[in-house]
Design a protein around this ligand. Structure first.
Ligand code: T46
Length: 134
């Protein structure tokens, strides 16, 4: 499945910790957009879709949350709980975000501007596309 953890460099001194991520270096694409998810109620589920071409990196800046990924066959559950460890998610993976802690802040770097045409929001359509395109 086209995902992987990416550990980010940390600069730690007596003033605290600085973490950075550079486009086309630690982030494996040219970043076109960043957005963040905050104030999710504990019972909230976000996502519930796949992307045709979009690549993303997600991390929990604060708190934690669970990211479920599926390619239609396999499924993995990843707990995002570090501001220095992000998950790369390639195109064609169904994702759901759940179990947000009350303080969770999820930062997402994306490879393209927002485009609703890139979303597959129906599970059956996702499975059919996967069968057709592999
Ligand atoms: C994803 C997961 C992890 C915009 O206008 N611009 C944006 O950049 C985004 C991301 C969303 N929107 C609008 C589209 C909807 O009307 O904001 C509304 C909520 O978006 P959505 O229901 O897609 O939010 P999530 O949290 O379910 O999904 C988001 C991203 O859309 C998606 O790409 O992978 O976070």
């Amino acid at each position: 499945m086209n995902h992987r953890w990416i550990d980010l460099p940390r600069v730690i001194d007596d003033r605290g910790t600085l973490v950075f991520a550079e486009a086309e270096r630690q982030i494996p694409f040219a970043v076109k957009r960043a957005y963040w998810l905050v104030d999710a109620p504990p019972a909230a589920t976000r996502g519930g879709h796949a992307h045709v071409a979009l690549e993303q990196c997600l991390l929990a800046l604060k708190g934690s949350l669970t990211l479920d990924l599926s390619d239609g066959d396999e499924r993995v559950s990843l707990r995002l709980e570090s501001c220095s460890r992000m998950v790369y998610v390639g195109p064609g993976l169904w994702r759901e975000l759940r179990d947000f802690t009350p303080d969770a802040a999820c930062l997402v770097f994306a490879s393209a501007y927002y485009d609703e045409a890139d979303y597959i929001r129906d599970w059956e359509t996702f499975l059919l596309r996967r069968k057709a395109h592999g």
